[in-house]
Design a binder for this molecule. Structure first.
Ligand code: GAR
Length: 217
């Protein structure tokens, strides 16, 4: 069976893209990146893709007359490249219901919180301000509502008493780089299926035990 063809959508730094590039460098990994699309020209993620010899495109939302034509161009680029799974990797544009419907169960997003908590922006500071003891990251199938949809995988990190948004973001990001390739692998292997708007994963094991923060004396 061929490798699943990914289209990775970015807007900036592209460190999650890099994690996927690194995973796909292993010939045994069941996916490959067919195309990287950025809605912003000149960003680091585009350089990462070019350095890896991956095709890139810039589809700048400002050059289109509204979201419909922008998304038509996005869709055409992905379809032309034979993309089978769209990966939103720090793609900072909201997508319309129409675009989301076209990629139903074929588009995933990574978000730096334990969804459904802390959707939207500035999520690390909001988790700290809420006094949460844990945060983390989530990979989920995309639905029309922002940062909503069936959850594929999550990773948890503790929040430290002296964390600021940057230190917490860095701790979460390290886990994002593990989680995104894992989620893509589960989909590419045909092991993750959406049933009644929840993801069922064949052969998945949950970790034993629990975490407590602060650690009990
Ligand atoms: C990541 O932390 C990702 O989870 C977040 O943007 C960052 C992109 O970093 N995405 C969102 O907040 C989407 N709601 P990267 O460009 O280095 O991968």
């Amino acid at each position: 069976m061929g490798r699943l063809r990914l289209g990775v959508l970015i807007s900036g730094r592209g460190s999650n893209l890099q994690a996927l590039i690194d995973a796909c460098a292993d010939p045994a990994y069941p996916a490959e990146i067919a195309l990287v699309v950025s809605n912003v020209a000149g960003v680091q993620g585009l350089t990462r893709a070019a350095d890896a010899g991956i095709a890139t495109a810039v589809v700048d939302h400002r050059e289109y007359d509204g979201r419909g034509p922008f998304e038509d161009a996005l869709h055409a680029a992905l379809a032309d490249a034979g993309v089978e799974l769209v990966c939103l990797a720090g793609f900072m544009r909201l997508l319309t219901d129409g675009f989301v419907a076209r990629w139903h169960d074929r588009m995933i997003n990574i978000h730096p919180s334990l969804l459904p908590a802390f959707k939207g922006l500035d999520v690390q500071q909001r988790a700290i301000d809420a006094g949460a003891r844990f945060s983390g990251c989530t990979v989920h199938f995309v639905r029309p509502a922002m940062d909503a949809g069936p959850i594929i995988a999550q990773a948890v990190v503790p929040i430290h008493g002296d964390d600021d948004a940057d230190t917490l973001a860095a701790r979460i990001l390290t886990q994002e780089h593990r989680l995104f390739p894992l989620a893509v692998r589960l989909i590419a292997e045909g092991r993750a299926r959406v049933v009644d708007e929840r993801v069922v994963i064949d052969g998945a094991r949950a970790p034993a035990g629990a975490l407590v923060n602060p650690e009990p004396a």
